[in-house]
Design a protein around this ligand. Structure first.
Ligand SMILES: [Zn+2]
Length: 260
């Protein structure tokens, strides 16, 4: 059996689950070690200082201990946690921010494994920081994050040129199987397609490119339509539909009801 080992890593807390009376199981995204599953003991006791630091969307310097470092599927133990940057409070204070952050965390949990993914890590930190700082429309922020995260995972869509033949756009339909916009001649042989208005296509392109000048000039209807396509594109590539999209849908409904 391999030697027991202690590691330090900066981690983002993606998910927490209660374990027994006082413990918590954590899914962490480590900057250097990728996905880490760990238990934090005693953190649900009111006297635990570490507990408050290990909430979803917190970034902490963690000390982790593994009984068997060769087997990354084993639960590790968090022995220390020092807050680096906590986005938790600012995110949970607002339902749209919370819905967006939950979908970011859930999707990256599906994408990464126990390998370093520094670009995904940087993108997630940037997304959470922007949500916590209320910099932009949280639901647009989520759309941009998902398109860029999926691109890093190898599924970069095209929203201008035809994804099949490269014919310059704009085009009127999107095929998830083809990887984005498809022209009129490729459309019929591209599997299931969905119609996208020219403004929606432009917004999707801007979200992927991180062109916020163009993205923030979009109207409410175009934003909702782009979100529909981003969610479908995400679910197409991940193994299962994201549960957090229910909260995202609720956020859109509340926006509609408020007439904004
Ligand atoms: Zn084509």
């Amino acid at each position: 059996m391999a030697a027991q080992r202690s590691y330090g890593d900066e981690v983002v807390v993606l998910r927490t689950t209660q374990l027994g009376e006082a413990d918590r199981i954590l899914t962490l995204f480590g900057r250097e070690r990728g996905k880490i599953r760990a238990v934090a003991r005693g953190v649900r006791r009111t006297t635990s200082k570490m507990g408050g630091r290990l909430e979803p969307f917190a970034v902490v310097d963690a000390q982790l201990y593994s009984k068997n470092p060769e087997d990354r599927s084993r639960l590790e133990t968090v022995t220390q946690a020092v807050t680096v940057e906590s986005f938790t409070e600012a995110i949970i204070a607002d339902f749209e921010r919370y819905a967006a952050a939950s979908a970011m965390a859930e999707s990256v949990d599906e994408i990464i494994d126990a390998e370093p993914a520094p670009l995904q890590y940087a993108l997630l930190i940037q997304g959470l920081r922007s949500l916590a700082g209320a910099e932009r429309d949280p639901l647009l922020e989520l759309g941009s994050y998902l398109l860029r995260s999926l691109s890093l995972a190898g599924w970069e869509p095209s929203f201008n040129e035809c994804a099949r033949c490269g014919e310059p756009g704009p085009h009127a339909r999107v095929s998830f199987a083809a990887g984005g916009a498809v022209c009129a001649s490729c459309g019929p042989s591209s599997g299931a397609t969905t119609a996208a208005h020219i403004d929606t296509m432009r917004l999707l392109w801007a979200l992927l490119a991180g062109n916020w000048r163009v993205a923030l000039a979009s109207d409410a209807e175009t934003r909702a339509d782009a979100s529909r396509i981003v969610k479908a594109y995400t679910n197409y590539h991940l193994d299962r539909p994201l549960r957090s999209f229910a909260a995202v849908d609720e956020a859109w409904r509340m926006r509609g009801a408020a007439g904004t």
